[in-house]
Design a protein around this ligand. Sequence first.
Ligand code: ATP
Length: 221
Amino acid sequence: MRVGLFGGTFNPVHIGHIKASLDIKKEYSFDRVYIIPAAIPPHKKPVGIADASHRLEMTRIAFDTYPDFSVSDVELKRNGPSYTIDTVKQFMLEMGDHTELYFIIGIDAFLEIDTWESYRNIFDMLPLIVMTRPGKWHNSGMSDVEAVERYLINEISDKYEFSSSEQCCVHKKKQPVFISEVTPFDISATEIRKCIKEGKEIRDFVPAEVDAYIKKKGLYL
Ligand code: ATP
């Protein structure tokens, strides 16, 4: 079985998350993708973050119609901050050796991974899939592939190199890092929260049911 793990704050979940993860599921022939909202994002300021139960519910509503997607509350059930390394360990333990696990992450989050708990160990444990995203996330002049390769060399190990035959960054002792161009959808949760504060409509950015949930609960006002 091939499984993708896609973590995030999902504050709120939006169409960018849905489209990108659908693309990844198809490209990597995953049997299942787990969407994993973080309980207490350790590297984000907790200002303006909706209660975890709301973010979990919105994520469930958003992915409800996609049969091969599950929303996981593992990070919400654990005490303390949500560390990806703990989540990966938990999935590995529960799913066993017959499951190939991959970690899915957007390029903006990837390029800050050195702020995560035990981040170097993640690269020993499972392959990563870095998704492209509209916006400027790194120095001009570099392609996304170059930026990911440079970052890996600087922050993780200088033995990483891009393999054009395998279309990923490879390392003799560490897991590969794939870079995937997903359908661009230029939206962020920050932009959505800003729209809500300004009284603007968000119906183009989130599923209708998520829009209705946000309005009903009066979130992000
Ligand atoms: P915020 O604006 O609050 O930082 P966000 O829109 O980046 O939120 P997150 O919940 O932080 O949403 O994102 C979870 C993961 O999804 C991250 O790895 C992020 O890079 C990725 N992601 C978010 N939006 C997109 C998008 N439009 N296209 C591709 N990846 C995305």
